[in-house]
Design a protein around this ligand. Structure first.
Ligand code: C5P
Length: 233
C-alpha cells in the first residue's frame, strides 16, 4: 500500500518557507501548499519547491462551475504538481471536468493525483443540518461523496484517519485516503478534534498523513518528521 508523510507548509512568506525546507538535507519531504502560501507567493513558490526536488500537493480545494474548474485545472497541471483537490460538493459534473482539465494540461503524460474534499473536518453534524440542510449522518455523506468522486475518476479523498478503514472497505485499497488531524499522544490537539498518531493512522489504513504544526512548530522539525516517517511509512 502506498504511504507517505506530507508536511503542510502553512507559511505566508517565501523566506520562512525556504529556510524551513533548507533544514531537510537527507530526505526531501512531500509538501502541501495551501491557500495561505499560494495566495501570498503565487506560482513562483511552487516552481522553486519543485526545483528543489519536493513532491507538491496543491491544496486549493476548487469549487466552481465545471467549465471554470476544467480550465483552472489545465493551468495547475502545467505547474508539474503531484496532487491537487476539489470539493466533492461541486457535483460529479464538476469533478469529471476537473479530471479532463488535468489530463489536458499535464506534463510528461503524468496526470497529478486528484483528490476530493468530502465534508471539512471542521463541519459539525449540527452545521450540516442547519447550514447546509443535509439531514444524513456525516459518515454517510462522506461515504456517498467518496463514491461519487470515485465514479467521476478521482484518485481518492481527504478524510479523518478514523474513516480510512471504511473508505478502503467500500472503495478498495487503490482509492487513496489523505488524512490530516495527526498528533502525538503527549502533545495537544490545537484546533483539530478527531486526531490520531501516525502509528494509529497507519494501522487504520491511511495512505498519506498531512502533518502541519507538530512538525513546523517543533524545536527540531527534522527529528519530528523522521519520527512520523518511522511510525507511518
Ligand atoms: O497543523 P495541522 O497538522 O493541524 O495542519 C493540518 C493541515 O491539513 C492544514 O494545512 C489544514 O489546512 C489541512 N486540512 C485539515 N483538515 C481538512 C483538510 C485540510 O486540517 N479536512
Amino acid at each position: 500500500m502506498k504511504r507517505d508523510v506530507i508536511v503542510a507548509l502553512d507559511f505566508s512568506t517565501r523566506e520562512e518557507t525556504l529556510v524551513f525546507l533548507d533544514c531537510f538535507t537527507n530526505r526531501k519531504p512531500y509538501v502541501k501548499v495551501g491557500m495561505e502560501l499560494f495566495y501570498a507567493q503565487g506560482i513562483d513558490i511552487i516552481r522553486e519547491i519543485k526545483r528543489r526536488g519536493h513532491q507538491v500537493f496543491l491544496d486549493l480545494k476548487l469549487h466552481d462551475i465545471p467549465n471554470t474548474v476544467k480550465k483552472s485545472m489545465k493551468v495547475l497541471a502545467g505547474l508539474d504538481i503531484d496532487m491537487v483537490n476539489v470539493h466533492a460538493a461541486g457535483t460529479s459534473a464538476m469533478m469529471q471536468a476537473a479530471v479532463e482539465g488535468l489530463a489536458a494540461g499535464c506534463l510528461h503524460g503524468k496526470r497529478p493525483l486528484l483528490i476530493a474534499v468530502t465534508q471539512l473536518t471542521s463541519t459539525s453534524q449540527q452545521q450540516l443540518k442547519e447550514d447546509l440542510l443535509i439531514d444524513k449522518p456525516i459518515k454517510d455523506v462522506v461515504a456517498h461523496y467518496a463514491q461519487r468522486a470515485k465514479q467521476a475518476g478521482l484518485d481518492g479523498i481527504v478524510c479523518s484517519p478514523l474513516e480510512s478503514g471504511v473508505i478502503h472497505h467500500l472503495h478498495g485499497d487503490e482509492f487513496l485516503t489523505i488524512t490530516p488531524g495527526i498528533r502525538f499522544a503527549e502533545k495537544g490537539n490545537d484546533d483539530q478534534i478527531r486526531i490520531t498518531s501516525p502509528a494509529q493512522a497507519k494501522a487504520l489504513g491511511s495512505n498519506y498523513i498531512v502533518v502541519g504544526r507538530p512538525i513546523t512548530q517543533a524545536a527540531d522539525p527534522v527529528a519530528v518528521y523522521h519520527r512520523c516517517i518511522e511510525e507511518f511509512v
